[in-house]
Design a protein around this ligand. Structure first.
Ligand code: SF4
Ligand code: SF4
Ligand code: FES
Length: 346
């Protein structure tokens, strides 16, 4: 016989909801998902929760536990103090369907927007050959289980629905980075696409995504920062710099043109084609696209842009912040308090 523990579970749907209190039995060795299942079996048979493998590999059971994005099946009850209340809420960044289940279609739309692996035309599947060192280099990124915890925690979209059309998020930055370092991928504009189409510049390297990744992928250190550096290298390459000084922007190659032609998409369709938009995910709405640096009346970049020493905005933590961040500095926000605004969830 286990002990009784206090759980608070968010229940509701897209019209609103609230935290509900339960006293539930917990046995040694159990994880939070076990306790949710016991609640379903004994007290709330209609409590909605998404799960599949219960082994930390399908990425379905993402939820927020005591305010931190985690996998329910990999969060041991023994990590909490005996008298600690365990509060379970749905992912905040995505629209709630019901209870702990959210609509994560935003992520699948972003996956579709990313140009696929483009092997050399003269090679058939089965003829691809890679050096082991190249396989290993991107192996880390292929561990991703698409739990979308990193997407959920990223402050660029967490409370900013308006940024979603322009920002793909860390899960897709690692995909872009993986393809960028793939020796058989023939596209040479992955970095530029990440900057222009995926909103890489919105990321200010807070590392929250890395903090929550259950696969311990070094999203920021190994994918985002190297890509940012390479974009900057390209931008500050002396020849490129001179080219930008001499030519107007519309005379320079548009790195996104090839992608738009190849995928049949354009900025306009990406931000709002009502025929294909999935309204439930909210990605279709009009919003700001990644902003190119402003040009002066002569069509040239301003001097300030040319001498800027960073690729993105200033860190909200300040330049002297050490990483990893201490827990109190993480930008998690808990949905509304139990008696607060019923629409506090996102
Ligand atoms: S480092 Fe921060 S801003 Fe950048 S993708 Fe990760 S969570 Fe988002
Ligand atoms: S990168 Fe990590 S946190 Fe993000 S979806 Fe993949 S496994 Fe989940
Ligand atoms: S149920 Fe598959 S990761 Fe948790």
């Amino acid at each position: 016989m286990g002990t009784k523990r206090h759980f608070r579970v968010w229940r509701g749907d897209d019209t609103g909801g609230s935290l509900q209190d339960f006293q539930v039995e917990v046995n040694e060795g159990e994880v939070v998902l076990d306790v949710i299942h016991r609640l379903q079996a004994t007290q709330t048979p209609d409590l909605a929760v998404r799960w599949n493998c219960k082994a930390g590999k399908c990425g379905s059971c993402s939820m927020e536990i005591n305010g931190k994005p985690r996998l329910g099946c990999m969060t041991r009850m023994s990590t909490f103090a005996d008298n600690e209340t365990v509060t379970v809420t749905p992912l905040r960044t995505f629209p709630v369907i019901r209870d702990l289940v959210t609509n994560v279609n935003f992520n699948y739309q972003k996956a579709r927007e990313l140009p696929a692996f483009a092997p050399p035309k003269d090679l058939e599947p089965g003829e691809y050959r890679m050096q082991q060192v190249d396989v290993e280099r991107s192996q880390e990124f292929r561990k991703c289980i698409e739990c979308f915890l990193c997407q959920n925690v990223c402050h660029v979209i967490r409370d900013h629905e308006e940024n979603k059309p322009a920002f793909s998020g860390p899960r897709f930055f690692i995909r872009a980075s993986e393809l960028d370092m793939h020796p058989l991928d023939t596209r040479t504009d992955r970095k530029e696409l990440a900057q222009a189409e995926q909103g890489l510049g919105y990321c200010n390297i807070t590392k929250c995504c890395t903090e929550v990744c259950p696969e311990h992928i070094k999203i920021t250190d190994n994918a985002i920062i190297p890509m940012k550096e390479r974009v900057v290298d390209r931008r500050y390459d002396p020849v490129t710099w001179l080219g930008r000084k001499i030519f107007r922007r519309d005379q320079l190659d548009d790195p996104t043109a090839g992608r738009a032609a190849a995928t049949g998409t354009s900025v306009a369709t990406r931000s709002g084609d009502p025929a294909t938009a999935d309204t439930s995910a909210g990605w279709h709405q009009e919003g700001p696209l990644p902003q190119a640096a402003p040009v002066g009346p002569d069509g040239k970049l301003t001097v300030a842009e040319l001498y800027l020493d960073r690729a993105a905005a200033a860190s909200p933590f300040g330049d002297d912040q050490e990483f990893p961040l201490p827990p109190e500095k993480l930008r998690y926000q808990h949905p509304s308090a139990p008696d607060g605004d019923a629409h506090g969830h996102r």
